[in-house]
Design a protein around this ligand. Structure first.
Ligand SMILES: *[C@@H]1O[C@H](CO)[C@@H](O)[C@H](O)[C@H]1NC(C)=O
Ligand SMILES: *[C@@H]1O[C@H](CO)[C@@H](O)[C@H](O)[C@H]1NC(C)=O
Ligand SMILES: *[C@@H]1O[C@H](CO)[C@@H](O)[C@H](O)[C@H]1NC(C)=O
Length: 359
């Protein structure tokens, strides 16, 4: 869990040279909606899609989510996120342990993220979602996403750092970080682009930071990326300087995913610099980590929340502007798989779902 104090310390080191307000982001938990091979952004209509995702948010999540036919706030009857107005969908790849002894796989369980002010969602984790104002720009205005907006951060094809987006990383958590979620700015020097190469006593926190600038026109693009952009300079958190091609400042979305790798910490699995983890799309490096976002806030709720930042909203406090539902109701919002299969959460599986090769 990102604490702004540590971020300020980073700024004091001269990274951006501006101070960060105490309430420049909205943060909340969303519990697991479904784990399955469905991807309405990259593989719409395909059931099953190529690789396993863990999905949170509104239960209108579906194999096809054409912006002209789907309206998540209308079609969802519940959301696994703590704010009732948020029926967006957020998803990432699942992580697997591959036994170096016999090559079989088991899905790495997720865990809840830190102290989410009683809104903690303990069962098989889910995601912690952030909507941030431009880093260092507490008083800046952002424009909430339009209906139908969606985007992708990261690139599943990557197996090296070349071409990697900023703001995608993994942190090897100390035992004590299991409760706090880990302090410090996201993707700072305690994080790595790759999977950690040693067992992590507190599990692994993966971070996905989305771009903060938009072209102001398109709700999507063929690669689901070119309608948005990171601010220039190779840093994810610098959205106060949007490029002229993408002049509109949007809330900067960030995911934190807590993977409970601790049952796989036996030293025999982590030998000679080799680590046993692999993403559901076959990536044994971690460079291909990515996240998918499909906007689905009711009416102008997100805009109102962002406009209230530093006033009535900040971090996990926004209940004067948004409607908080009981954590139990968020946890209770689940969906059965449309792509029905064993995703390796219980028994060992001999191959990754979909027969995805590790490479
Ligand atoms: C998903 O899409 C199918 C086919 O279009 C439809 O029958 C079903 O009602 C949808 N499910 C949800 C939850 O919207
Ligand atoms: C494969 O290895 C894992 C651990 O390395 C073990 O728990 C599992 O039982 C093994 N499966 C088979 C079929 O040997
Ligand atoms: C956080 O806790 C405070 C004090 O108990 C409460 O007023 C507020 O509604 C809580 N916020 C959330 C998001 O649960």
């Amino acid at each position: 869990m990102w604490q702004y104090l540590a971020a300020t310390a980073l700024l004091a080191e001269g990274a951006l040279g501006q101070s960060l307000g105490s309430a420049s982001f909205l943060r909340f938990g969303c519990s697991q909606l479904v784990v399955e091979r469905v991807d309405p952004l990259v593989a719409p209509g395909l059931n099953p899609s190529p690789h396993v995702h863990q999905v949170v948010g509104g239960n209108s999540f579906n194999v096809t989510m054409d912006p002209s036919t789907i309206d998540p706030p209308v079609q969802s009857t519940c959301t696994s996120c703590i704010y009732k107005e948020d029926t967006s969908n957020y998803w990432t790849a699942s992580m697997y342990f591959q036994s170096p002894e016999n090559g079989t796989f088991k899905r790495v369980p997720q865990m809840a993220n830190g102290r989410l002010n009683g809104t903690l969602l303990p069962q098989d984790g889910g995601l912690t979602i952030y909507y941030m104002l431009p880093f260092g720009g507490r008083n800046m205005k952002v424009t909430a996403f339009p209906v139908g907006f969606r985007m992708l951060a990261g690139n599943p094809m990557l197996r090296s750092k070349t071409g990697m987006a900023p703001g995608i990383c993994h942190r090897c958590l100390a035992k004590s970080d299991r409760t706090s979620g880990g302090a410090g700015a996201p993707c700072d020097r305690s994080d790595t682009a790759t999977f950690p190469t040693t067992p992590c006593p507190g599990g692994i926190r993966a971070t996905i930071i989305f771009p903060s600038c938009w072209d102001g026109k398109n709700v999507d693009s063929p690669d689901h990326q070119s309608h948005v952009a990171y601010a220039p300079g190779g840093m994810a958190l610098a959205g106060d300087r949007c490029p002229s091609t993408h002049p509109v400042r949007i809330p900067q979305v960030m995911y934190e995913i807590m993977f409970d790798t601790t049952e796989f910490n036996d030293a025999k699995y982590w030998k000679d610099g080799k680590q046993p983890l692999v993403y559901s799309f076959g990536d044994p490096t971690g460079y291909g980590a990515h996240g998918d976002y499909l906007f689905g806030w009711k009416d102008d709720a997100l805009q109102r929340a962002m406009d209230s930042m530093g006033k009535t909203c900040g971090s996990e406090y926004c209940d004067q502007v948004l409607t908080i539902q009981d954590g139990k109701d968020a946890i209770g919002c689940t969906k059965s798989q449309q792509a029905k299969e064993d995703v390796g959460s219980g028994e060992w599986i001999t191959e990754l779902p979909g027969g995805t090769q590790v490479a």
